[in-house]
Design a protein around this ligand. Structure first.
Ligand code: ADP
Ligand code: NI
Length: 218
């Protein structure tokens, strides 16, 4: 990678780290760093534009609509403004914006008109971080942030949700496993992510089995 790209990526990382200083712990700088590392790992196996993938990974949660009154255009807009200030070429800026707008799980439940190899890679990288031991920690942290119940045996998970129902759910955190986390394994795009997802999925299943065992006092 030429010097210039490295500089752009480092400037972006510094900006994001500073912007996310007060972020909720499931969507903070460390989440971004893990997703960025996942992207670099996937790029070792998949030919794609590395600069686009790394910039999109770094900027993908710069203004998550969940924390900004549902405004889904804000993240792409802030990312675009920042990249243009660094004079990143316009085609890359627009590609990064399209990835951010379309990569989320929520977006994938609606109509997605945009596809690219780079979107697939960043999406896999983000979704891997929602699985396994870290995925479990993030889910319960988010549930706590929203003051959700851990589990309620009287409230069944709502699988097959559309985008609006998913967005407005206030269900207990255990339900989120069935409504999203356990579905991610089948939604991976790249071979390497499918492989990693398998192990993380098995760990979540083991966790749930133990959770019910303890819940029921067995
Ligand atoms: P995406 O960025 O793919 O749209 P989200 O931002 O919805 O995904 O989810 C990111 C993380 O936030 C998930 O890994 C999950 O841990 C947590 N999260 C989101 N919604 C919920 C929820 N309803 N209950 C528990 N955790 C959630
Ligand atoms: Ni993310």
């Amino acid at each position: 990678m030429p010097q210039d790209n490295e500089w752009l990526i480092q400037q972006t990382a510094d900006y994001v780290r500073q912007q996310l200083a007060m972020a909720e712990a499931g969507h903070d700088w460390w989440h971004i760093q893990r997703v960025w590392n996942n992207v670099k790992l996937i790029l070792q196996r998949e030919p794609a534009d590395g600069l686009t993938c790394e910039l999109a990974a770094l900027l993908h949660d710069i203004a998550d609509s969940k924390f900004h009154g549902g405004d889904e255009a804000l993240g792409p807009r802030i990312a675009g403004k920042f990249l243009r200030s660094l004079h990143v070429s316009e085609d890359i800026v627009q590609h990064v914006q399209a990835i951010i707008a379309n990569m989320s799980y929520k977006a994938s439940l609606g109509h997605v008109a945009f596809h690219s190899k780079e979107l697939e890679i960043v999406q896999d990288a983000d979704r891997l971080d929602a699985m396994g031991a870290i995925g479990i920690a993030r889910a319960f942290h988010y549930g706590g942030f929203k003051n959700r119940e851990l589990y309620n045996p009287e409230i069944a998970p709502n699988i097959d949700q559309d985008k609006e129902t998913y967005k407005n759910s206030t269900a207990p955190t255990i339900n989120h496993f069935y409504e999203k986390l356990l579905l991610l394994k089948e939604k991976m795009n790249t071979t390497i992510a499918k492989h990693i997802a398998k192990e993380r999925h098995a760990f979540m299943e083991q966790y749930l089995a133990q959770f019910y065992k303890e819940w029921e006092g067995r």
